[in-house]
Write a protein that binds this ligand. Sequence first.
Ligand SMILES: Cc1cc2nc3c(=O)[nH]c(=O)nc-3n(C[C@H](O)[C@H](O)[C@H](O)COP(=O)(O)O)c2cc1C
Length: 178
Amino acid sequence: MGKIGIFFGSDTGNTRRVAKSIAKKLGDAADAPVDVKKASVDDLLKYDALILGTPTLGDGELPGLSAGASDESWEEFLPKLAGQDMSGKVVALFGLGDQEGYGHEFVDAMIFLYDTVIDAGAKVVGFWPTDGYTFEKSNSIVDDQFVGLVIDHENQSDQTDERLDAWLEEITPALTGA
Ligand SMILES: Cc1cc2nc3c(=O)[nH]c(=O)nc-3n(C[C@H](O)[C@H](O)[C@H](O)COP(=O)(O)O)c2cc1C
């Protein structure tokens, strides 16, 4: 059984902290989280089980130079992943956003990760209910559920830990069996 790979993008560190928390909770099952700005596509593709996390920045955008982030990130990495063969891989996604400040484009960037890995043939697990969040619109909803775990550090940080625990309990069997 291979380990779970955790990759994230982050501008101000919130997504990095959530990625680290996920790794800690998974213990031996996961390798240390890697910032995509330091990763190659091969680094990511060596895993059969992946957890990918992103904040939404700019105007519903991925972190990266266009969104005003301080460095390259998912915006620059994802085009390299597009067109790769991810069939047989199991992927879980998490996204950070601010439902009060950006309720009209809440966690919009997560859908870009979803579309890319689905197009590459991966299976995505860990859809998450929209209950418990108040927002007008999100592009990251498929079949009435978020395509991954949603964390709102600005408004609901007190719920982050229990959300992580519930989500990890749900996805760990699929990831460790991959
Ligand atoms: C300039 C800016 C734009 C943002 N745009 C969005 C957005 O469109 N949708 C959203 O849900 N959150 C948005 N956010 C909130 C971030 O996603 C949130 O602060 C997140 O925790 C940042 O994660 P990071 O520290 O890993 O970069 C924005 C934040 C900033 C500073």
